[in-house]
Design a protein around this ligand. Structure first.
Ligand code: SF4
Length: 270
């Protein structure tokens, strides 16, 4: 078992997912055909979905734009920007669309404002074909509620699932997400839990497109490499993984043990 072998397994899994044009969980974003169809049809809905991918399961996050549209009657950024109270009510109406019940509405309104001011109200103008991965990542990261981690994830989805042609894939990256971190640390791909170390490992093992490792690592972390009771024997990486299961990054994304609960921040993509 070598680190190169585990990296090879993860790269192979990533290439498979790229060939499938995988969304996030299997072929779907949300598990709901209508919600997925909206994400596919509307760049603005996709951007709003990215805002939701934090602190709740991914499927629920990607369902939120459809439900928000149903509650408001539109996702037109001009309407969203001009009706912050309606957005707030729509997010908070039971069942609430997100547990960040004050923050999410602010992010949505702020994103609508930015879309109008900088992109003519059309999120697709953030990632016109031929743009460089770094430029698109930076444009997304400045949105309130996105930041680098979600921007990196979004760029990979744009390329892998939507087929947006971006240059500079060698500059793409894995998101510093708790599932990705856990898999990289436990498998031996990285020895240090820092964004720099995880990104350096991704660039080392998949130099042509480090972001290729983002979804497979996230899926392995979510499905098999769970914080407790990892399912090593059935894991995609079982044949080569170092199985350092005692390594369990805390902080963003992990429900801490009771003694840690008061101090650790909340989780990410779900
Ligand atoms: S579940 Fe086990 S085999 Fe799979 S990545 Fe985690 S530690 Fe490795």
């Amino acid at each position: 078992m070598t680190t190169a072998e585990v990296a090879g397994l993860l790269v192979d899994f990533g290439r498979e997912l790229e060939a499938q044009g995988a969304a996030q969980v299997g072929g779907s974003f949300s598990g709901d055909a209508d919600a997925d169809e909206l994400i596919a049809r509307s760049s603005n809905a996709f951007l709003i979905g990215v805002l939701f991918t934090q602190g709740i399961p991914a499927e629920r996050a990607w369902s939120a734009p459809r439900e928000l549209e149903r509650r408001l009657g539109t996702l037109d950024p001009r309407y969203l920007a001009e009706h912050p109270e309606a957005v707030r009510r729509a997010v908070q109406t039971a069942p609430m669309l997100h547990r960040f019940k004050e923050t999410l509405p602010r992010w949505i309104v702020s994103a609508a404002d930015r879309l109008i001011q900088d992109y003519g109200g059309d999120a697709a103008r953030i990632w016109p074909p031929g743009s460089h991965v770094i430029d698109v990542t930076e444009r997304l990261a400045v949105f309130d509620g996105i930041g680098r981690k979600k921007a990196v994830m979004a760029v990979e989805i744009l390329v892998r699932h939507f087929g947006v042609e971006l240059s500079g894939r060698e500059c793409g990256q894995v998101a510093y997400d708790v599932h990705v971190r856990r898999v990289f640390l436990r498998s031996g791909l990285a020895d240090e839990d820092s964004r720099e170390a995880i990104e350096a490992a991704a660039a080392r093992w998949c130099p042509g497109s480090p972001g290729t490792l983002d979804l497979p690592a996230w899926l392995v972390g979510r499905q098999w490499c769970r914080p407790r009771l990892p399912a090593c024997d059935s894991c995609r990486l079982s044949g080569a993984c170092a199985r350092r299961v005692h390594l369990n990054p805390t902080g963003v994304g992990v429900r801490p043990h009771s003694a840690e609960r008061k101090t650790s921040p909340d989780r990410s993509f779900g």
